[in-house]
Write a protein that binds this ligand. Structure first.
Ligand code: AMP
Length: 210
C-alpha cells in the first residue's frame, strides 16, 4: 500500500525477484487492457485517464480470476489492491475461497512534496513497463528503455491535475483501509524515502520470507 508514486511497483518487482512469487498490479493489468483495446480496457480507460478508481465489481472479478491461476498458487504480492473498504471485503472472500491468508500489509510512506516530484518526473516503458525518472533514474540512452529498447513515455495520469485527483482519492478512499489492517495486526509501515535499494532493505527487514 501507499500513495501513488511512493514506490509500490518498484518495490513489489524487487520483492517478486527475491521471493520468487508473482507480482499482481491491478494498475498494470488495467493499463495493459487499455493498450490492447479489450472490452475491459474500453470500460476502464476513462477512470484511469481521470485518476478515479475503477468500480469495485470490475476489480473484484479481475482479481478473483487472477488469484485462482496456477502461477499464484505459490504465493503472490498484491500491488494497488485493495484500494477501498469494499475491496478489502472482496479480497477477504477470495482468500477464504482459496484457503490462504495474508502474511502482511506493507504501507510505504513519503512526504507529499516528494510524491509530486517523483510522479511528475516519472517515465515508463510503453512496452515492458520498466520505470525511470528524469532526475534520479535516467535510461542509458535518452528516451529509450534499457531493458527492451522501446520508447519511454509519461503515463497519461502523471499530469499535475490528475496527480492531484489521485492523491485526493487515495486519502479519501484508500488510506482508511490501512487502519483496518492495523487493527488486524497485519500493518507494517515502511519509510519510502531515499533510494529504491535503501527502501528495499527496510522492506525486507519486515517481510517474513521463510
Ligand atoms: P496505479 O498504477 O496503481 O497507480 O493505478 C492506476 C489507475 O488504475 C488508478 O488511478 C485507477 O484508475 C486504476 N486502478 C488500479 N488499481 C485499482 C483498484 N484496486 N481499484 C480501482 N481502480 C484501480
Amino acid at each position: 500500500m501507499g500513495m501513488p508514486g511512493v514506490g509500490k511497483g518498484t518495490q513489489a518487482a524487487r520483492l517478486r525477484d527475491r521471493a520468487g512469487v508473482v507480482h499482481l498490479s491491478t494498475g498494470d493489468i488495467l493499463r495493459e487492457a487499455v493498450q490492447r483495446g479489450t472490452a475491459l480496457g474500453t470500460r476502464v480507460q476513462g477512470f484511469l485517464d481521470s485518476g478515479k478508481l475503477v468500480p469495485d465489481e470490475l476489480i473484484g472479478d479481475l482479481i478473483a480470476d487472477r488469484l485462482g491461476q496456477q502461477d499464484a498458487a505459490a504465493g503472490f504480492i498484491l500491488d494497488g489492491f485493495p484500494r477501498t473498504v469494499e475491496q478489502v471485503v472482496i479480497l477477504d472472500e477470495a482468500l477464504r475461497r482459496l484457503r490462504v491468508g495474508l502474511d502482511g500489509v506493507y504501507l510505504l510512506t513519503a512526504p507529499k512534496s516528494e510524491i509530486v516530484r517523483r510522479l511528475s518526473g516519472r517515465r515508463v516503458c510503453a512496452d515492458c513497463g520498466a520505470v525511470y525518472h528524469v532526475d534520479s533514474r535516467s535510461p542509458r540512452v535518452e528516451g529509450k528503455c534499457d531493458a527492451c529498447g522501446h520508447a519511454l513515455m509519461q503515463r497519461p495520469d502523471d499530469t499535475e491535475e490528475v496527480i492531484r485527483e489521485r492523491l485526493e482519492v487515495y486519502n479519501r478512499q484508500t488510506l482508511p483501509i490501512a487502519e483496518k489492517y492495523r487493527e488486524r495486526g497485519l500493518l507494517h509501515e515502511i519509510d519510502g524515502t531515499g533510494s529504491p535499494v535503501a527502501v528495499f532493505e527496510r522492506l525486507i527487514g519486515e517481510v517474513n520470507l521463510s
